[in-house]
Design a protein around this ligand. Structure first.
Ligand SMILES: Cc1cc2nc3c(=O)[nH]c(=O)nc-3n(C[C@H](O)[C@H](O)[C@H](O)COP(=O)(O)OP(=O)(O)OC[C@H]3O[C@@H](n4cnc5c(N)ncnc54)[C@H](O)[C@@H]3O)c2cc1C
Ligand code: FES
Length: 269
């Protein structure tokens, strides 16, 4: 992926609406940022009403229109709760687009299999939308309300397979189960498959192992805790293989997307 410039701007909220349960969709008017965004990149958002507003929160960029981009977020703490109370017309400060995103599958090339857990779906939508090659999206969550954007992925022409841990929607169990079933199904020898995933680290670790076992390439979005978001503070590092051994790399700048074969899983937190 080509590295794009990033901008720091105060931008206006177009809408901030509840999606399901504790998930919200925030649309921001950002005509200079929107055209720069690549799938898998993120925005670092300063929630101005927060007392500790200096600390930004990172969110994957979910959708892009001409002069807007959106994020899909879950309320988990004080930052996201404060964000959920903001209204159209109010402002947030963003640095975006940030990070190294996904490689777009080539037309007629490998079949992309997208694996998303919980809010990880937000990172996958733009990839599905811009990929000239359609494939299958595996979406997983604890409960039915954690399954987001199912119809939107289907409307893009992708096959969608759902798994919930409580069995309230789709197959009962982890999202990696239908993925395994798919990889075990005979596939055209002429077409290779490639995995793209975003979700909780334990899920990514299993996807990395599956990719290794089935000898398919995988790109994983490693969403570590971040402070600065721009490569300065080193709070977001993960161990990555090098020719001579391994080194720590920053998920905010070298990532968040990494080739799964690069990650030293034994040394991850
Ligand atoms: C590159 C990247 C992309 C992300 N994309 C999205 C997204 O599209 N949608 C979304 O809802 N969230 C996303 N997150 C997670 C989001 O940044 C956190 O949920 C948010 O910062 C929490 O802020 P808070 O003040 O509400 O929570 P806090 O009060 O700071 O913490 C509340 C809880 O959330 C956990 N938490 C905080 N930061 C993270 C994190 N980075 N990853 C996982 N758990 C965290 C804390 O450990 C704690 O348990 C992303 C994170 C990264 C690094
Ligand atoms: S968050 Fe500061 S270096 Fe990555």
């Amino acid at each position: 992926m080509v590295k794009t410039p990033m901008l720091e701007q105060t931008v206006q909220i177009v809408s901030n609406e509840r999606d399901t349960d504790s998930y919200f969709r925030l649309v921001l008017r950002a005509p200079q940022i929107a055209p720069l965004i690549q799938p898998g990149q993120f925005a670092h958002v300063r929630i101005l009403p927060l007392k500790d507003a200096l600390l930004r929160r990172p969110f994957s960029i979910f959708q892009v229109a001409d002069d807007t981009f959106s994020i899909l977020y879950k309320t988990v703490g004080k930052g996201t709760t404060a964000l959920s109370r903001m209204c159209a017309g109010e402002e947030v400060s963003v640095i975006a687009p940030l990070g190294h995103g996904f490689t777009l599958p080539a037309a007629g090339g490998e079949t992309p299999l997208l694996i998303a857990g919980g809010y990880g779906m937000a990172a996958m939508f733009l990839l599905a939308q811009r990929s000239p090659q359609k494939g299958i999206v595996f979406v997983g969550g604890r409960r039915r309300v954690d399954i987001l954007c199912e119809k939107e992925f289907a409307a893009l022409g992708w096959e969608v397979r759902v798994a919930t841990e409580d069995g309230s929607h789709g197959e009962k169990g982890l999202v990696t189960q239908p993925l395994l079933a798919e990889l075990r199904t005979p596939h055209s020898a002429l077409r290779t498959r490639k995995l793209f995933a975003c979700g909780p680290t334990p899920m990514l670790k299993v996807v990395g192992k599956i990719a290794e076992d089935f000898r398919v390439p995988a790109e994983l979005s490693m969403d570590e805790h971040m402070c600065c978001g721009v490569g300065v503070c080193l709070t977001c590092v993960i161990p990555v293989k090098t020719d001579g051994g391994w080194e720590y790399q920053r998920t905010c700048t070298e990532g968040p997307v990494f080739d799964s074969r690069q990650i030293v899983w034994e040394a991850t937190k």
